[in-house]
Ligand binder design. Structure first.
Ligand SMILES: *Cc1c(COP(=O)(O)O)cnc(C)c1O
Ligand SMILES: [Zn+2]
Length: 484
């Protein structure tokens, strides 16, 4: 059967009257020396020739994308159209891999870029500006919806009936949501046992996903889901899926949009599987290539100390993109050391608790594009930063706060200047992981020790402790007067 994508016609496409998508969008191996290409209607997670990751690439010459980013502002007045309302598909012209009539949107990407003077002070960008790109506002509460909308669209384009992912929680919550809203596919999700926060697990269960809890951690779940989906022909939506990253590019388009198309000095993002950082690098490289921006921001990717593969490889062992000639032995030796030491990823920031990031190579390319740096932060630094973010009004989950903790570290090291304009991406909503938040603010030392002390967190410098009062009016009144 001919896949739908092959005969999809982009009738409305500007400047091109009738053109099939497979002529202007295709998949290509990220290694320039290989460069193998595949149709946009094919399902693969790696290059057949060399095994590397794939990109979705476009023939910009023929597509003739808008010549000014302000073109996208014209869509604001057409919010009644789902493709203009969506914060992902508003930028359709910059990710045109599917026919418009196959695009799946549930209103993702209605997120905001908020200036935060309190967090700026904490981070130390006094003369500059600190902005929080709050992706917790997505329908499932994390940035994953940006990528899911795109991967789901691709899956729908090729008529997939089941979609699977391994997840530390947010990808599965997102996939489960898209399946339950659209009824286009059945969600099959793989999670490591005991590693997923209740906020995220409850979403997957509530939305009706087939939930496979395997005895192992995320890296195990990832390995199994790849095998299972190739054996059963289930569509894989993990971020090895190049279409996901197309959706995640739009997080940066919205940052630019909120800054009236001015490029900030820094983008700071937590690094787990490195899909986001990879997508951001691709977004800026493409905008520059098309001529829509004249410079790219610098990129900082922040690992948790207990899951710091990228930091170790990039900052300590000198692994670089190197024009696509990556020294694989550096990576392989490190993974062999991890195995020999039986070292497992471990951090309170469960969304980035990953030791074998699937997008490592793409992220190295992004770091190359954006003159990037990588840092690691402790769980203590993460939770303190998270409390500061919360006090500033935008609650986030622990992994998200790694960006703020990382920005603070980079300012203290003199890498980020106090006068810089810095955008920290808050990847997920506060309510995703209330356990960590409550343990941080608790007065119950046992609870603190159990949840956080075991991870080397010693104090909660910014704790807002509940006041215990007897069930008596006068005592309550006294306490309020004392504390307020
Ligand atoms: C998935 C996730 C991350 C990690 O993003 P990658 O693209 O895998 O690096 C960070 N924070 C949250 C909340 C996430 O859900
Ligand atoms: Zn290849």
């Amino acid at each position: 059967m001919l896949a739908a994508g092959r005969c999809g016609i982009v009738r409305e496409f500007r400047a091109i009257s009738v053109v099939t998508l497979t002529d202007v969008a295709f998949q290509r191996c990220i290694v320039p020396a290989c460069g193998a290409t595949y149709g946009v209607d094919e399902v693969r997670v790696a290059c057949d020739v060399c095994g590397s990751l794939l990109d979705v690439v476009y023939d910009w010459e023929r597509l003739k994308p808008p010549d000014k980013l302000s073109f996208f502002e014209t869509k604001w007045s057409r919010r009644y159209e789902p493709l203009s309302l969506s914060g992902v598909w508003r930028f359709y012209e910059l990710l045109p891999f599917a026919p418009r009539d196959r695009v799946v949107t549930i209103g993702e990407g209605q997120t905001l870029l908020q200036s935060s003077p309190g967090v700026a002070k904490y981070v130390g960008v006094d003369g500059g500006e600190l902005l929080l790109q709050y992706e917790g506002l997505n329908p499932s509460g994390s940035f994953k919806d940006n990528g899911m909308s795109a991967a789901f669209t691709h899956a729908h384009t090729i008529n997939a009936k089941r979609a699977a992912c391994a997840s530390t929680g947010n990808t599965s919550a997102s996939l489960a949501l898209y399946c339950s809203v659209t009824k286009l596919m059945r969600a099959v999700i793989f999670i490591g046992s005991g590693k997923i926060s209740y906020g995220k697990l409850s979403q997957a269960l509530d939305f009706g996903a087939l939930t496979m809890q395997i005895a192992g951690d995320f890296d195990d779940a990832m390995a199994r889901v790849k095998e299972v989906s190739s054996q059963l022909g289930i569509y894989l939506v993990n971020s090895v899926n190049p279409f996901r990253l197309e959706g995640q590019k739009t997080i940066m388009f919205r940052v630019l949009e909120a800054l009236r198309w001015e490029v900030p000095d820094w983008i700071v993002v937590p690094g787990g599987n490195l899909g986001n950082s990879s997508a951001f690098g691709k977004a800026f490289a493409e905008l520059k290539e098309i001529g829509l921006i004249d410079r790219v921001p610098r990129l900082a990717v922040i690992n948790a100390k207990g899951a710091d593969t990228l930091y170790e490889l990039y900052e300590n062992r000198g692994l670089r993109w190197n024009g696509g000639q990556i020294d694989g032995a550096i990576r392989d030796d490190y993974y062999a050391e991890l195995d020999a030491a039986e070292k497992r990823a471990s951090t309170i920031a469960s969304a980035i608790e990953i030791n074998r990031p699937v997008n490592l190579e793409k992220c190295l390319r992004a770091l190359d594009t954006c003159d990037g740096v990588v840092r690691e932060v402790t769980d203590q630094q993460i939770l303190d930063a998270k409390a500061q973010v919360g006090a500033g009004g935008l609650g986030c989950e622990p992994a998200s706060a790694a960006s703020v903790a990382g920005a603070k570290l980079l300012v203290s090291q003199g890498v980020i200047a106090p006068s810089d304009r810095v955008v920290c991406v808050l990847t997920g909503h506060q309510l995703k992981d209330p356990t960590a938040t409550v343990a941080y603010h608790t007065t119950d030392q046992d609870q603190f020790n159990r949840v956080l002390g075991s991870r080397g967190v010693k104090r909660a410098a910014f704790a807002n402790r509940a006041v215990a009062v007897p069930n008596q009016l006068d005592e309550i009144v006294k306490a309020i007067q004392l504390y307020s």
